[in-house]
Design a protein around this ligand. Structure first.
Ligand code: AMP
Length: 421
């Protein structure tokens, strides 16, 4: 069946049409027949692009003022007589929606109905910068494709299996019971996808594996995936916690915040911008948030870029050790995301000191990866395998849509994992 996958941000809608079914998922044969985006929504020069395998990218520039018009244009281009890939809109049998935050309400992907929509609305308070746009896209698509089921897939759901010792902060407990302040984790669809594919690469059952997944892109997070369940992850209440990222701080002493606010006379909005937009690789190096630029500056002898690069890798190394301890051992470490898939230097430096864990990198394989493929980059003698698995969040969303409709969508909740109320 053809599934339309929508990922709506504040000023953009990304989309894919994916041909999939339960049988195709089983055989790993599902694939995108078209993908694209509408960028700069709200401007007079919004851009719609459509990529179809084997064809030149098609682009349209026009005024698109809101999400509903964006979805309308996407449907129109998909049935375009020369550029399109569908004979008619009715070929779309279901829509899968990326939702950033499902709070504690969603430990699985779900069929959207009015009750579910209200629950997603209740999660807006936890992700005020993301969920409202996701909801706007959902409502636009529901209005335009009213005859088909809509499924919501949450970034947070996979991590709902974390136990309280991993998800609670050392704050007064009332902040959890009153305001649900706890660690949620993000990038769940990606961690889940690469863990499943790593187990396949190792020719092992997911249920018998302990995998550390490293999603390293503009946003970066890691997860400890034990027997297929996320038992810990580096992002927390928001995506700010954990690893160093393009422009985000990652872990730091929270006492720094009031101190900096006072010393620099910052408002809350300025503080937020500092932590999320002016820190990380960018803030440390003063060069860029882009790892390619950082690596280039390192080879040009820029010392601040080098320290930013070192911190980036060091944190990943530390968390690999921490998660090996959390899982009582580790069978595989998997890299994904723009940096994880493309930076041999990051993988090499991150793993350099981990021989004691039984990791023996094959330097040649690490440096010469076949593009876009899932590969193991350790030697046959390595006790822990290291894999590179290109992530595909849209494919997970399409797959979950099919699973929900087929009644075979698992829940990630672990019943004994609830914290006392
Ligand atoms: P993503 O958010 O997954 O698209 O990843 C974006 C990040 O991947 C940016 O920091 C890019 O610099 C980084 N990236 C992409 N290609 C490369 C490459 N060949 N080497 C190093 N980093 C890369």
């Amino acid at each position: 069946m053809k599934i339309l996958v929508l990922n709506c941000g504040s000023s953009s809608v990304k989309f894919q049409v994916i041909e999939t079914s339960l049988e195709m998922i089983q055989a790993n044969k599902d694939s995108a027949i078209a993908k694209g985006s509408v960028e700069r929504i709200g401007m007079s020069d919004s851009r719609l692009s459509l990529e179809v395998p084997g064809r030149k990218t098609y682009q349209e520039i026009s005024e698109i003022l809101e999400h509903r018009t964006a979805v309308e244009r996407i449907l129109k281009v998909l049935v375009h007589p020369t550029q399109g890939v569908l004979g008619k809109v009715e070929e779309i049998e279901a829509v899968g929606h990326r939702m950033v935050h499902g709070g504690e309400k969603f430990a699985s992907s779900v069929l959207v109905n009015p009750e579910v929509e209200e629950m997603i609305e209740e999660c807006v308070v936890l992700a005020p910068l993301h969920n409202p746009h996701n909801l706007r896209g959902l409502r636009a698509a529901q209005a335009l494709l009213s005859g088909v089921p809509h499924v919501a897939v949450f970034d947070t759901a996979f991590h709902q299996s974390m136990p309280p010792k991993a998800f609670l902060y050392g704050l007064p407990y009332e902040l959890y019971t009153r305001h649900k302040i706890r660690r949620y984790g993000f990038h769940g669809t990606s961690h889940r996808f690469v863990a499943i594919h790593t187990a396949r690469l190792l020719k092992r059952n997911l249920e018998d594996t302990r995998i550390v997944t490293c999603h390293l892109g503009n946003g970066c997070s890691m997860a400890a995936v034990k027997q297929g369940h996320s038992i810990d992850t580096t992002m927390g209440f928001t995506p700010l916690e954990g690893l160093l990222m393009g422009t985000r701080t990652g872990d730091m002493d929270p006492a720094v915040l009031p101190w900096v606010m006072a010393m620099e006379e910052l408002t809350l909005a300025q503080l937020n911008a500092m932590l999320n937009k002016h820190s990380g690789l960018y803030g440390l190096s003063g060069v860029s948030s882009d790892m390619r630029e950082i690596q280039k500056a390192c080879s040009d002898g820029n010392r601040r870029a080098k320290i930013a690069f070192d911190i980036f890798c060091y944190r990943i190394t530390k968390y690999i050790g921490a998660y090996a301890a959390a899982m009582g051992g580790v069978d595989a470490v998997t890299f994904t995301g723009g940096i994880g898939e493309n930076s041999a230097e990051v993988r090499e430096q991150t793993l350099a000191g981990l021989g004691f864990l039984g990791i023996e990198l094959d330097a040649e394989k690490n440096r010469n990866l076949p593009r876009g493929e899932e590969v193991i980059i350790t030697t046959p003698a390595s006790r822990v395998a290291v894999a590179v698995v290109p992530t595909n969040e849209e494919r997970v969303i399409a797959r979950d849509t099919v699973r929900v409709l087929g009644g075979v969508m698992p829940s990630f909740a672990v019943p004994d994992n609830e914290a006392p109320r």
